[in-house]
Design a protein around this ligand. Structure first.
Ligand code: DC
Length: 228
């Protein structure tokens, strides 16, 4: 029997839809690589703050794109953020970055700087690449396009639980407001807005457990590997 094909899979969806945790778990199960492209936008945002680069200075912002990189963790996922040889993974996941990253990601020059980096990562195949515009812009020829979605309330609940918050407490309500704001910026920006590609398989995860979602993603990839 011949080996299954190792695909290029685009996994898009809004913030906190579970793309990174589900994508990483599915990749592990399939022996694929995993890349969370949001980390690149987060890294540029972090560096811009460190260097006090004005978010309106688009050329300087775009140049920062050349200084950020991703490295594999112990499981081979491209989940470590490297800037100037240092691991800044923890620093790019803070609320301060959450607040500003959509304003950096909407800048066309930043997106253009990061585009070839993402394509180079995907080039050798056997990868699940997660983001907002992977199926529409970065990898329009991906073998399979998935769009992971959930209601905003469900996504806010998950993000609040991740941070150890009780539903209804002010910090949890703040997460909902912040997600709503980021959804609006990510889906209405002029360049590469968050959108399901026409051929994307949409997976709505409200009411699904994490395991069920991973299983749905793995099954979709296996079907495509088998040529169905
Ligand atoms: O998935 P995330 O929350 O880490 O993404 C951070 C930001 O980067 C978010 O505002 C959307 C943006 N992003 C993007 O515009 N395109 C991508 N391919 C990935 C993320």
């Amino acid at each position: 029997m011949s080996e299954p094909r190792r695909l290029v899979v685009a996994l898009d969806g809004p913030g906190s839809s579970g793309k990174s945790s589900v994508g990483a778990a599915a990749a592990r199960r399939l022996g694929y690589r995993f890349c969370d492209t949001g980390l690149l936008y987060r890294a540029v945002t972090w560096l811009a703050i460190e260097r006090s680069v004005d978010l309106g200075d688009v050329n300087r912002l775009a140049a920062l794109g050349g200084e950020v990189g991703l490295a594999p963790d112990e499981e081979g996922r491209l989940s470590r953020v490297i800037v100037g040889g240092c691991d800044v993974t923890e620093q790019v996941r803070t609320a301060a970055i959450d607040e500003r990253v959509s304003d950096v990601a909407r800048v066309a020059e930043v997106r253009a700087a990061l585009l070839p980096r993402q394509r180079a990562i995907a080039a050798e195949g056997g990868i699940i690449m997660a983001g907002r515009d992977i199926g529409t812009v970065v990898l329009p020829d991906a073998d399979l396009k998935l769009f992971l979605d959930a209601s905003i309330e469900e996504r806010a609940r998950r993000r609040a639980a991740e941070r150890g918050l009780e539903p209804g407490e002010p910090a949890a309500r703040q997460i909902l407001a912040e997600l709503r704001r980021r959804d609006r910026i990510d889906s209405t920006r002029a360049v590469a807005p968050l959108r399901a590609a026409p051929a994307a398989v949409r997976i709505v995860t409200d009411g699904l457990t994490f395991e069920e979602t991973v299983e749905t993603v793995v099954a979709a990839i296996r079907r495509t590997e088998a040529g169905d």
